[in-house]
Write a protein that binds this ligand. Sequence first.
Ligand SMILES: Nc1ncnc2c1ncn2[C@@H]1O[C@H](COP(=O)(O)OP(=O)(O)OP(=O)(O)O)[C@@H](O)[C@H]1O
Ligand SMILES: [Mg+2]
Length: 512
Amino acid sequence: MSIKTEEISSLIKKQLANYQDQISVEETGTVTYVGDGVARADGLENAMAGELLEFENGVYGMAQNLESNDVGIVILGDDTQIREGDTVKRTGRIMEVPVGDALLGRVVDPLGRPIDGLGDISTDKTRPIERKAPGVMERKSVSQPLQTGIKVIDALVPIGRGQRELIIGDRKTGKTSIAIDTIINQKDQDMICIYVAIGQKESTVRSQVETLRKFGALDYTIVVSASASNPAPLLYIAPYAGAAMGEEFMFGGRDVLIIYDDLSKQADAYRELSLILRRPPGREAYPGDIFYTHSRLLERAARLSDDLGGGSMTALPVIQTQAGDVSAYIPTNVISITDGQIFLDADSFYAGQRPAIDAGTSVSRVGGDAQIKAMKKVSGTLRLDIASYNELAAFAQFGSDLDAATKARLDRGERTMEVLKQGLHAPQPVEQQVVTLYALAHNYLDDIPVDDVLRFESELATFMRSNHQDLYDSIKQSGQLPEGNELDKALDSFKEGFQTSDQKQDTQVAQN
Ligand SMILES: Nc1ncnc2c1ncn2[C@@H]1O[C@H](COP(=O)(O)OP(=O)(O)OP(=O)(O)O)[C@@H](O)[C@H]1O
Ligand SMILES: [Mg+2]
């Protein structure tokens, strides 16, 4: 067999042509410092901001400080096995998390790894945790309500889909409870919920997951948890990871509700890692870009235009204050980025006014457009009523002689405050809230003793469901109050049969 020289040379040429392709250039660097959850490495000249880096032992890190001679890396895992002189290599990828339906009903860490012991999550879709927020032209204005099921919120500080509403208050004032109850109320509303727990105790997160499971709310919820025992970098990235998971649904045309509980702890984690990375501290020792940390996160909440599928992501960030001080650095920052705030007042909480929402300082800047007409009508004067009641109540403490008009306003105020109380995990459908507030606004509660108001409310709801479901349905479907005096007739007939506690006692005495 003879071999042609041309063949040989063409083979060699082919080999040479392919040769370049087979080399993969992997850029590696060397760790020069490690400690407190951060590392520095040199030799990673081309690393990108936020790029995922892999250490020799498989632990991941994220490139943070890109300096002329080295790179500051936050370590997303155990830093005790990493030593000076170890190699660290670029992955060429920006930090990503798994996304998609497979995550629903699961509890994951900020890297999207399951921590609920229910096995692997099988999804091949991922999204970068940081993404530029939708621009002006990609958005639509907020027009659809997100019902929280909590009377005082839906009536006074209504939230629309795509809005950002801050929940702010001191420790233990019911912030998380509002968030959890809102998730519970999204059952059968075609809403995906994401609860991002940042820096909370594992036991607390566990009990919240159990609550969601008990009310059948876990099926449409993803819980992302970076607990207090996790290193600061994980707490820092948790909300971005949650937002990425939400965006997958939002860009798929779905409605999403995301809760960041809470961003104060995230800010603290970011301050910690910034100080260790030796970034210059600013006010309250937070780094200079702390505002951007929160603004770029909250801007990702949006109501998308029809061209983009019309999906939405509603964000409810939570901020903890110290002694009700809303003028501290982080609270003022976040108040200025959001479309309103729900302010929880510790004093009213301890006085038993729960949920302890302060009607004077709580506002919703866009949600009013989304509120249904019937609710707008019955809640119109609520805010003023409460304000004038609070003012009068302070006065009435001193004087005993009150004129009839003042007395009437005080009485109405007391009943209003009572009606706005609501227990835990008992969200109410909007039509039920409308009827209750209608009764209040149309003087049906004025002669009911304050202690009987909540019983009146719940018995009224039962009565309506069994005798006037049609009225409930019409409010729900049309968003309007029923025409004519149907509702008044129903309320009259209910009130005739309602017994106050005193009347009940009297009948008992008479029977004995
Ligand atoms: N509407 C309510 N009715 C009765 N109890 C409530 C209500 N809301 C909250 N609570 C109770 O108040 C306590 C504190 O509530 P929650 O954990 O929601 O507050 P928080 O502000 O999130 O607290 P933390 O500062 O620990 O995050 C809980 O024990 C909860 O059961
Ligand atoms: Mg809480």
